[in-house]
Design a protein around this ligand. Structure first.
Ligand SMILES: NC(=O)c1ccc[n+]([C@@H]2O[C@H](COP(=O)([O-])OP(=O)(O)OC[C@H]3O[C@@H](n4cnc5c(N)ncnc54)[C@H](O)[C@@H]3O)[C@@H](O)[C@H]2O)c1
Ligand SMILES: [Zn+2]
Length: 712
C-alpha cells in the first residue's frame, strides 16, 4: 500500500477525541467539577461512548480497547451520580447493548436480557456484597450471609435459546436487551448447542418451555486460524475472539456461520414452564449440564467473600492458561429466592456483578522504531511509544520482535497502535489501528548496517532475525558483559548494565577475561567510583571465580545455551574441557539437547578466540570444573521425565516445584502433549488438566510429587 495524503477519516477523528477525553478523565478530579463543566464533559462522553457502542455492538468492529470504553463510561456514571439531572434517556449508562440489526427478524425477549454492573477491584466487590447483605436483612428482618457463585466471564456474545417441548425453536441475540435478532438458523450450526433437550432422554421429561442463556464464543486457536484464513483471502481480520464470535453469529448466510468454529457455554435460565428449575444458581449450572449444555467447569460456590476474592485473584493471574478469552469473573448471589428479593436496577441485576480484570491493552502513538543489538548480535526492532498507562504502569517502549512481524502487520511509524502488557511479559505492539491512518505514516525497513559498529547485518536462512556478526561489535560486547555478570550467571554484585557499559567503553575490559585483570587504580578512573565502591566491585569479581560451572557456561553467552541447558550440560560433563571436546552427536544424544543447540556449542568451541578465552579464564583462577554440589543426582525415577504443572499447589509455589523437579533430573514443559510423563495438578487447574485427561497422562498432586521425588 502506498502512503496517501488523505484527510483524516471519521475514525481517526473519533480516536483523537477519545484519546483526549481519556486524558481529561485521568487528570481531572470529577468530584470537584462544577455543574457547567460537568454538563459539558458528560455531553462529550455520551457522544463518544455512543459512537463506540455502535461500532462494538452493531458493527462488531470496535476501535478502542474495552478498558478505555469502561473508563469513560465510569466517568460518565460518576458525573451522573453527582448531577442526576444530567442523565438522558440516550445515555449509555441507561442502556444495554445496541439496537438489533434490520437485516434480521426481531425477537422480543419475554424477560429483558440485562447487562452486568462492573467491579474494578476488590473494594467494589466488598461494597456490592455489603449492599446485598443490607438489602436482604431489611427484607428478611434478619441478618444473612448469602453464598455466592463465581463464574468465569466468557468474552463472547450473549445468546438466548428457547426450547419448546425440548426442541430448540429460537436463538436470539441480546440486542438492546428488550429486542434481539433472530439468529436461529445460525445458532443451529453451532455443534455445542443441543437441538433437543435433554440430550440423554433418560435424564427425564423435556421442559415445556425453557429459555437457556449463555455465551457463544470462539476459542483462541480457532480465532487465530480464522484470521489467517481471512487474511489469506484478502478479507479484514477480526480484532479479537469476541468480535469474531459476534460477527459470525450475525451472518446472513448460515453456511458462513457453519464454517466458523463457534463454541458455547450455558450460564443461566430465563423464563421457564413445566421445568424443575433448581433454587440456586450453582445447581442451575449442574442442571443445565445434565440437560446436555456445555457448562464451564470452573464455576464454584463459596460461602465466604474472602474465598471469592481469592478466586478473582487466581483468575486474574491465570487467565492466559485458558484456551478462550475471559475478561473477568461474574459473581452471583447463589440463592434464586434472594435474587428475586434483590431485583434489578435500570439495566443490570442487583444480585450479580462482573469483577473486571485490570486493563492490559491500550492505544497509543508509535513515535519511532529503533533497533537494539543484543549480546548474541541479534538486532531487534523496538517501538518508541507516546507514554501510555496500561493497568497502572506507564509504558513507553515495546517490542516489535522482528522485521517480518512489523511487515506482516503493516505497522508504520506514526500509526496509532494497540499495545499489550500482560503480566511480566515485555509490552508488545500487536497491531496498528488502520482506520485511524492519516496518510502521513511511514513504513519502516530494517537498517542495512549495525547501529553500533556499522557492519552489514545478515539474516540467516530460515531465521526471522537479523544479526550483526562482527566479532568486535561494541554493543554486543556490552550486552555480553552485562549478561556474564548477571544474577543467574556469574552473579557479580555491583556490575549492572551501567557499569558494564563504563568498563567496555573505557577500554578497560575488551574481553571477558579482562574483568579478572582489573586493578584498583583502573576502577578509580571511572566516573562514580571512589575507593569503597571500587574495592567492593573487585571483591565481587574475585568471588565470582568460584561460581558453579553451569553459571560460567551460561555466562559465556553461547547461543541456545540458556540457564537450564547449562545445568543439563553439567550433568554430563565434569569440566569445560570435557565439554569442549564433545562432538555434535555426543551432545545431541543427551535428552533435552537438540541438534541446533549441539551444533551451536561445538561451533563456539571451534572458534580459536573462544578457546583462548577459556584458557585465560582458567589461568586467572576462574573455576571451570563441576562443583561437588552440581554432581548428577543418583538415579531417580524422575530423571529424563517431563512434567507439566497446572493449578495452585497447596504449599509449593510453581517455581519451587519446578526447581525440585529439575534438581532431580526431570524437565518441566509448559503444555501437555503425548511426550508428557506426569501432570502435577493443583487447585483450579486449567485446560492442561482436560488435555491430560484426554491423553490419559498420569496425574499427581503435590503430596504424590514429593513422594516421587523421594522427599516424603
Ligand atoms: N471497545 C468498545 O468500543 C466497546 C464499546 C461498547 C462496549 N464495550 C464493552 O462491552 C462490555 C459491556 O457490554 P455488556 O453491557 O454486554 O456487559 P458485559 O459484557 O460487561 O456483561 C454482560 C454480559 O456478560 C456475559 N457473560 C459472560 N459470562 C457470563 C456468566 N458466567 N454469567 C453471566 N453473564 C456472563 C453475558 O453475555 C452478558 O450479556 C464491556 O466490556 C465494554 O468494555 C466495548
Ligand atoms: Zn555491530
Amino acid at each position: 500500500m502506498e502512503t496517501r495524503t488523505a484527510q483524516p477519516t471519521a475514525e481517526a477523528r473519533l480516536l483523537e477525541t477519545t484519546r483526549a477525553l481519556l486524558q481529561t478523565v485521568r487528570q481531572t478530579n470529577l468530584e470537584a467539577l462544577d455543574r457547567n463543566a460537568a454538563e459539558a464533559l458528560a455531553g462529550q462522553l455520551r457522544n463518544v461512548l455512543n459512537q463506540h457502542a455502535y461500532r462494538y455492538y452493531v458493527l462488531d468492529r470496535p476501535l478502542i480497547p474495552d478498558a478505555d470504553y469502561d473508563l469513560l463510561l465510569q466517568a460518565l456514571r460518576t458525573l451522573e451520580t453527582r448531577f442526576p439531572d444530567l442523565i438522558t434517556p440516550d445515555s449509555p449508562t441507561q442502556r444495554v447493548g445496541g439496537p438489533p440489526l434490520e437485516r434480521f427478524e426481531k425477537v422480543r425477549h419475554p424477560e429483558p436480557l440485562l447487562s452486568l454492573s462492573n467491579a474494578f477491584g476488590e473494594a467494589d466487590v466488598r461494597a456490592w456484597y455489603e449492599r446485598c447483605c443490607r438489602m436482604l436483612a431489611e427484607q428478611l428482618g434478619q441478618q444473612v450471609q448469602p453464598a455466592l457463585t463465581a463464574e468465569l466471564k466468557i468474552d463472547g456474545v450473549a445468546m438466548a435459546l428457547t426450547y419448546e417441548n425440548g426442541v430448540l425453536t429460537v436463538g436470539a441475540t441480546r440486542g438492546d436487551g428488550i429486542e434481539g435478532e433472530n439468529v436461529t438458523q445460525n445458532v443451529r450450526t453451532i455443534p455445542a448447542i443441543p437441538l433437543r433437550i435433554p440430550v440423554d432422554p433418560a435424564a427425564g421429561p423435556a421442559p415445556v418451555r425453557l429459555e437457556v442463556r449463555g455465551e457463544v464464543y470462539m476459542r483462541k486457536q480457532d480465532f487465530e486460524r480464522l484470521n489467517e484464513q481471512l487474511q489469506a483471502r484478502g478479507e479484514r481480520p477480526f480484532a479479537n475472539p469476541r468480535n469474531a464470535a459476534a460477527g459470525s453469529v450475525r451472518q446472513l448466510n448460515p453456511q458462513v456461520t457453519a464454517a466458523r468454529p463457534l463454541s458455547f457455554f450455558a450460564y443461566g435460565v430465563g423464563p421457564a414452564e413445566g421445568a424443575d428449575v433448581p433454587d440456586s444458581q450453582y445447581e442451575v449450572l449442574q442442571w443445565l449440564r445434565q440437560l446436555g449444555f456445555p457448562v464451564n467447569e470452573h464455576a464454584r460456590r463459596f460461602a465466604a467473600l474472602e474465598e471469592v476474592l481469592a478466586y478473582c485473584r487466581y483468575w486474574t493471574e491465570h487467565r492466559d492458561d485458558l484456551d478462550y478469552e475471559i475478561d473477568g469473573v461474574v459473581l452471583k448471589i447463589d440463592s434464586r429466592f434472594y435474587q428475586t428479593l434483590l431485583g434489578t436496577i435500570s439495566n443490570a441485576p442487583r444480585w450479580a456483578i462482573a469483577y473486571k480484570f485490570p486493563a492490559r491493552e491500550a492505544i497509543t502513538r508509535l513515535l519511532d522504531i529503533i533497533v537494539n543489538v543484543g549480546r548474541t548480535g541479534v538486532v531487534k526492532p523496538e517501538a518508541v511509544l507516546e507514554p501510555v498507562e496500561i493497568g497502572g504502569v506507564t509504558v513507553s517502549q515495546a517490542t516489535l520482535h522482528n522485521e517480518d512481524y512489523v511487515r506482516t502487520r503493516d505497522i508504520r511509524i506514526g500509526d496509532l497502535v494497540v499495545v499489550i502488557r500482560a503480566g511480566d511479559v515485555i509490552p508488545q505492539v500487536v497491531r496498528p489501528v488502520v482506520e485511524a491512518r492519516t496518510g502521513r505514516e511511514r513504513p519502516w525497513r530494517m537498517p542495512e548496517r549495525c547501529p553500533s559498529c556499522g557492519s552489514p547485518l545478515v539474516r540467516l536462512p530460515g531465521e526471522a532475525d537479523y544479526y550483526c556478526v562482527a566479532s568486535d561489535c561494541p554493543a554486543q560486547f556490552v550486552r555480553l558483559l552485562e549478561h556474564f555478570a548477571s544474577r543467574d550467571a556469574m552473579d557479580i554484585e555491583g556490575m549492572g548494565s551501567r557499569v558494564a557499559r563504563q568498563l567496555a567503553e573505557s577500554g578497560l575490559v575488551r574481553r571477558l577475561s579482562d574483568l579478572y585483570r582489573l586493578q584498583l587504580e583502573d576502577l578509580l578512573q571511572l566516573e562514580g567510583f571512589a575507593e569503597t565502591r571500587a574495592r567492593n566491585l573487585l571483591h565481587a569479581i574475585e568471588a565470582s571465580k568460584r561460581r558453579a560451572l553451569s553459571r560460567l557456561l551460561f555466562g559465556l553467552g553461547i547461543r541456545h545455551v540458556g540457564k537450564t541447558t547449562a545445568e543439563l550440560l553439567v550433568q554430563h560433563f565434569a569440566s569445560i574441557d570435557e565439554l569442549a571436546a564433545a562432538t555434535v552427536d555426543r551432545l545431541a544424544a543427551i535428552e533435552g539437547i537438540g541438534p541446533i543447540t549441539a551444533e551451536s556449542i561445538v561451533d563456539w568451541f571451534r572458534v580459536e578466540d573462544n578457546r583462548q578465552l577459556v584458557e585465560e579464564l582458567k589461568a586467572l583462577g576462574v573455576n571451570t570444573q563441576r562443583l561437588p554440589e552440581e554432581a548428577p543426582a543418583a538415579e531417580s525415577p524422575v530423571r529424563g521425565k517431563t512434567f507439566v504443572l497446572t493449578g495452585a499447589l497447596p504449599t509449593l509455589t510453581r517455581k519451587e516445584a519446578e526447581e525440585l523437579i529439575k534438581k532431580a533430573g526431570g524437565r518441566v514443559a509448559s503444555s501437555v502433549s503425548r511426550h508428557t510423563d506426569y501432570v502435577v495438578v493443583g487447585e483450579n487447574p486449567g485446560s492442561k488438566y482436560d488435555r491430560a485427561r484426554q491423553l490419559g497422562i498420569p496425574m499427581l498432586d503435590e503430596e504424590e510429587l514429593l513422594r516421587l521425588l523421594g522427599m516424603k
